[in-house]
Design a protein around this ligand. Structure first.
Ligand code: AMP
Length: 133
């Protein structure tokens, strides 16, 4: 079954598109955290980052950089959150690789903080050893 983003890319569902290139489209999120919240959407329906070839991922991130610059210049925002929900357990609702760029302002009072866990004794260095690559 097609994802909603495949339908948008195919022109079957309307969207507000602000950019398109060979690898992705950029649209405004229909349910923005802040107005101007944009989505860089891979044209190919890779579900996860690890499914996307490096070259295409690089191009997606180059596009994210352009979106960030555009949001800062047009909206005069102070910062952006750049977020990928990389799988359903991380809150990904549409299983089709996309990157959120959310404009942020010094006084916007949005909280975007996760709670923290504490490591015990050697747990952190042991885990670090396992994760070395
Ligand atoms: P995620 O939870 O990372 O999969 O994010 C999916 C995003 O797609 C959400 O922020 C939705 O608001 C957005 N979205 C869903 N349908 C549409 C649509 N038709 N046009 C624009 N954005 C959409």
């Amino acid at each position: 079954m097609k994802t909603i983003f495949e339908k948008i890319i195919a022109g079957e569902i309307p969207c507000v598109k602000i950019h398109e290139n060979s690898d992705c489209i950029v649209i405004l999120d229909i349910n923005p955290v802040k107005k101007g919240h944009s989505l860089v959407i891979s044209k190919k329906p890779y579900p996860l980052i690890s499914d996307c070839p490096n070259e295409e991922l690089t191009k997606l991130m180059e596009t994210v950089k352009l979106v960030d610059q555009k949001l800062r210049s047009v909206l005069n925002c102070d910062a952006t959150n750049v977020i990928i929900n990389n799988g359903p357990a991380a809150g990904q609702e549409v299983p089709h690789l996309h990157i959120h760029i959310i404009p942020r302002y010094k006084d916007d009072k949005l909280k975007q903080k996760f709670p923290h866990e504490a490591y015990e004794d050697d747990e952190m260095s042991n885990l670090g050893n396992k994760l070395i690559f």
